[in-house]
Write a protein that binds this ligand. Sequence first.
Ligand code: DGJ
Length: 707
Amino acid sequence: MQDSIIRLESATVDVVIKTHPFAEILYWGKHLRHFSSQNTGSLVRPVANGRLDIDVPLTLMAEPGHGLFGTPGIEGHRQAQDGSPVFKTVGVERQGQTLTINAKDELAGLRLVSEIHLDGSGVLTVRHGVTNLRAQAWQVDRLAVTLPVAERARDVMAFHGRWTREFQPHRLTLEHDSFVLESRRGRSSHEHFPALMTGTPAFSEMHGDVWGVHLGWSGNHRLRAEVKTDGRRYVQAEALYLPGEMALEEGETLWTPRLYASYSACGLNGMSQQFHRYLRENIIRFPANKPRPVHLNTWEGIYFDHDPAYIMKMADEAAALGVERFIIDDGWFKGRNDDYAALGDWYLDEKKYPQGLKPVIDHVKTKGMEFGIWVEPEMVNPDADLYRAHPDWVLAMPGYPQLLGRHQLVLNLNIPQVFDYLLERMSWLLGEHDIDYVKWDMNREIVQPAHEGKAAADAQTRQYYRLLDTLRVRFPHIEFESCSSGGGRIDYEVLSRCHRFWPSDNNDALERNTIQRGMSYFFPPEVMGAHIGNKHCHATFRQHSIAFRGLTALFGHMGLELDPVSADAQEREGYRHYAALYKQWRTLIHSGMQWRLDMPDATTLAQAVVAQDRRQALLLVSQLAMPDYTLMSPLRMAGLEADAQYRIMLLDHPDIRITGEGGHTMRKLPEWMLTPQTVSGEWLMEAGLALPVLDPESAILIGFERV
Ligand code: DGJ
């Protein structure tokens, strides 16, 4: 019996895997300066009394047949037979930092291929493929990727959310059993973003060991953090299959979605920085290498009220404000006057656009802007010609009443005619018009999805990918945004097909602070749409200064979500100012290293971006509520060059009463705001910078420049 130990390594993270007789991850943690396979002998476990007489390995596939009583990595059967596979390694290939382990269970008639790759960024990606080797179908109930984490990883962090309030973090200490999050909504979902983080007690942005995982999948999913009764811990992630949904015919292979995993010895920032680097180097691909343009999206400006003459006026104003891409949202197609009708009828509304879209597009282009348009291909309203002609094109379990969501139903993309119709209509739109950008929306959850009576949530997700992929091949110059009532479909698999996310329908700067911060754990700012909304937020009816709105939209891909024609002069001046500020700093924001800084006062959020060469940095401090303390604690910067000197610059502060005259939370400004100062990086990181006392719902932008 071969007993081979393999180490995959990167500058920050190592993974040590025992490949025979069963594949087992022995170590996933900090990069080891010295390693010898003999070292792993120190981990050979004793056998406890009162249980099985053998050592139970926590194998890569977590098969119960090894005596592992936790949640298995595989569940299925062949007509009630072959339901407890145990895979034995039959071959191992290594190419650089990629390991492919081939395993088989001859008795169950199954083959398993495990692909494990450790990227230079420190991100580990894992997926499994299971093949049925027998004539009769093997019914797959579950197929997961399981990764062991250290016993000290006692705290768990995940996100909850809802429409207009995505990416809200919550934490718990897990001592026994499982923490599970599931989406059965047919999308990655606002509620259960497919990720979880586990780490040493009280891990924070800057401190602690953290193991973070994300499942790259846009459909139903399940993630779990589990403590075995022997104290060992693991995280597990899978596509969630509905009853009877997944079966493998002879020779067929089912691949799990990829699990992306990032271990950090220095808190959540280290985890995120590795994910960001991984995405920048491997997943995010813009059609052209150019700065992320300032958007204007028409939705909250005019909703369904499309008048080409007025839209052209909006374009004039937008261009004057510095907008670089103008996007017409919902309401342009036949009969779409509200959200009750017309989805599916992807023909131009000739009543609204008697001359076609071309004059508007030409106008936008003559103003030097790109043109974008909104679609929601996967949906149909019952009040639409498409539905009247083809009521059977709906994704539905036959015989059950169909539940509506936003007055709409879901089209069954598994029906070839539906797929072809959508491909033809989208190709007409994108082929016949000079379109640079598509906002692809998906505005409802999926209930009882079925194709020919069989559950088809997984198949629907795959067909969505295929439709988008086919269009991307046909129109490679077009950028796509993934929107799903805001942040309902955000994950790495869809990111490999699109260029931007719409994180939330909530443009309230206060809410956006937490939503965007939550999203930043897994995504870099250049793919996070961040728009300045109306003065009176349409989602919450709160009112915020343009400064707070502008600065909140800065650390993302900035846009405007409003009508610039009806805005007053002061507001317009604000839009112009923040678009210009964004243009000034976007290269740094979209390429630098992001840091979320731990603040003792939970009412303050601080984040920084430091250039890769550490010559410049930006720091944004946002005050969400009335500060708990009368003084802000000195802010300890991160990521600077310790030995370098930095000039501290106040870049944007419009909400602060510089005079210190009463009524606000501060009487006198910190000294560096009055007298220019140059300080060492080490001092800024160890001792810190005194912050002004900010009023609630305001922000300040500070710059650091190496001298
Ligand atoms: C939901 C999106 O999130 C909004 O931004 C907007 O595009 C509407 N749909 C349009 O119906």
